[in-house]
Ligand binder design. Structure first.
Ligand code: FRU
Length: 476
């Protein structure tokens, strides 16, 4: 442990004490989602199930609620719904990561967790930090328990990446397949084109560049947080591109998160299929997946976006914390479409339910689920008197619109064509709403900030019926 590491530890302990004294400031803290105890959170990192326990690390600025120097925060869970904060084991304490322990992933093998990440360094002087002045090193930290590190080392530096790239190369995702190790990283070329780089290794340490994934025409100037995985016999590439222009209802957020299928072997000739957005709502970025021990492919994303300070207000910053993750979602491919559903543990968690037909008007728990089944008819749902979700069967578009600007804190309206909408699941968790349409073929994710803890639903449906689920401590 070096001196800087010790200093960070001391400061973190002080921050934790300060937080413990201010616990009442928890108006909008979620019950089932990952949020930082204090400070700022962004991308999920190092997702894994290790010796039976789920580990989630995340981009964490413990001392700056509006974002700043990045650590990896760490939390664990046995059910993917209730999380325990475990501290910030990955700290900027090396010459190669002193300006941020940036995003990455984990590989678990032989009783160790291999944590791959980008060490970020911004050099002094006048730079644009795109073409000059930034060092992005691929780093490896090894841990036996996720809480303490045994070692940290540099595996690759900018000079080891293809020479047509800018300084922006980052976010290694590593996995093992057929006896070899693979790594995919996001990058920006000198011609302002987003690309993903594929490397392979036989020993987890020495990496060889294999190929790049790219589109013919640029699809944004930078691809962040790539992921590549096998699912139901297909190979999926997931990327978070920056610089994609809005196109009708598509790509309405500042930055995107999309997937496509790769046709052919990803190591050699595979070409990229059409991109599809993972989410149609306001807050979704940098998704990552991992394989649970029972074989499920689970995805978690940041329920937020970078560079949105001027657009969305973030009232929890006043309470000393900012941002949260999406609910962990099980992925599947059905009818050629990538579907996302909340992990099955969620359905087991609710212990109270109440059915209704045609309409529903009531106060609800701040953490609850509403399910609506229709025969394809129109419906309107108003949540907390200011978030309207509606579908008109003639138009065939599902809309999410804030009619109360305070509730949406700067969010306005999003929509997406959905043919034959028959099932809708709404997961509300104090300051977030995730809407899963038709078994998760389309998903809309947003933060919202009901004032005075007043959670209500007004729902009218032509031909629908449904169930309201919640958890009551009394029933346990
Ligand atoms: C995405 C991202 C990553 C980077 C990290 C830094 O939100 O910009 O590319 O590693 O955040 O926090």
């Amino acid at each position: 442990m070096n001196a800087l590491h010790r200093l960070w530890n001391q400061l973190l302990e002080e921050e934790q004490l300060h937080y413990d004294r201010n616990r009442e400031k928890n108006r909008w803290r979620p019950k089932l989602h990952i949020a930082p105890p204090f400070g700022w959170l962004n991308d999920p990192n190092g997702l894994c199930q290790y010796q039976g326990i789920y580990h989630v690390f995340y981009q964490f600025s413990p001392f700056e609620v509006k974002g700043g120097l990045k650590f990896w925060g760490h939390c664990t869970s046995r059910d993917l719904l209730h999380w325990t904060f475990e501290g910030a084991p990955m700290m900027p304490d090396q010459p190669e990561d002193c300006h941020g322990v940036y995003s990455g992933s984990s590989l678990t093998e032989d009783g160790s967790m291999y944590l791959y990440y980008t060490g970020n360094v911004k050099e002094a002087g006048a730079h644009d930090f795109v073409h000059t002045g930034r060092r992005s090193s691929t780093m490896l930290a090894v841990s036996r328990d996720g809480r303490t590190l045994e070692s940290k080392e540099v595996l690759m530096e900018n000079k080891d990446y293809p020479s047509d790239l800018t300084c922006h190369v980052r976010d290694p995702k590593v996995w093992k397949q057929e006896g070899s190790y693979y790594m995919i990283q996001g990058a920006r070329t000198k011609e302002d084109k987003g690309v993903a780089l594929l490397f392979s290794s036989e020993d987890k340490k020495r990496w060889e560049f294999l190929r790049r994934f790219e589109t013919e025409e640029a699809f944004g100037y930078m691809w962040e947080c790539p992921d590549l995985y096998e699912l139901n016999g297909r190979t999926v590439l997931s990327i978070s591109p920056q610089g994609v222009r809005a196109e009708g209802l598509k790509y309405a957020n500042l930055y995107q998160s999309v997937t496509c299928f790769l046709e052919g072997d990803f190591r050699t000739g595979a070409s990229l299929g059409a991109f599809r957005e993972l989410d149609g709502g306001f807050d979704f970025y940098a998704p990552q997946t991992f394989l649970a021990e029972d074989g499920r492919r689970i995805q978690i994303a940041w329920m937020g976006l970078p560079d949105m300070e001027e657009v969305y207000a973030s009232p929890t910053a006043e309470d000393g914390w900012q941002h949260m993750m999406t609910i962990p979602r099980e992925l599947s491919i059905e009818g050629g479409v990538l579907c996302q559903r909340p992990v099955k543990e969620l359905s087991d968690w609710w212990n109270c339910s109440c059915s209704w037909e045609g309409y529903l008007e009531r106060m609800v728990e701040p953490c609850c689920e509403l399910v609506l089944y229709t025969r394809g008819g129109s419906f309107t749902i108003l949540l907390a008197e200011g978030l309207k979700l509606w579908y008109n069967k003639e138009e065939g578009i599902f809309w999410m619109e804030f009619t109360d600007p305070v509730l949406g804190a700067g969010r306005t309206v999003r929509g997406r064509e959905v043919s034959g909408l028959r099932k809708l699941r709404i997961l509300m968790d104090v300051s977030s709403v995730e809407v899963f349409l038709n078994g998760g073929r389309d998903v809309f994710t947003t933060r919202f900030y009901p004032q005075g803890y007043s959670y209500s639903v007004r729902l009218k449906s032509e031909d629908g019926r449904g169930v309201y689920y919640f958890h009551s401590e009394k029933e346990d």
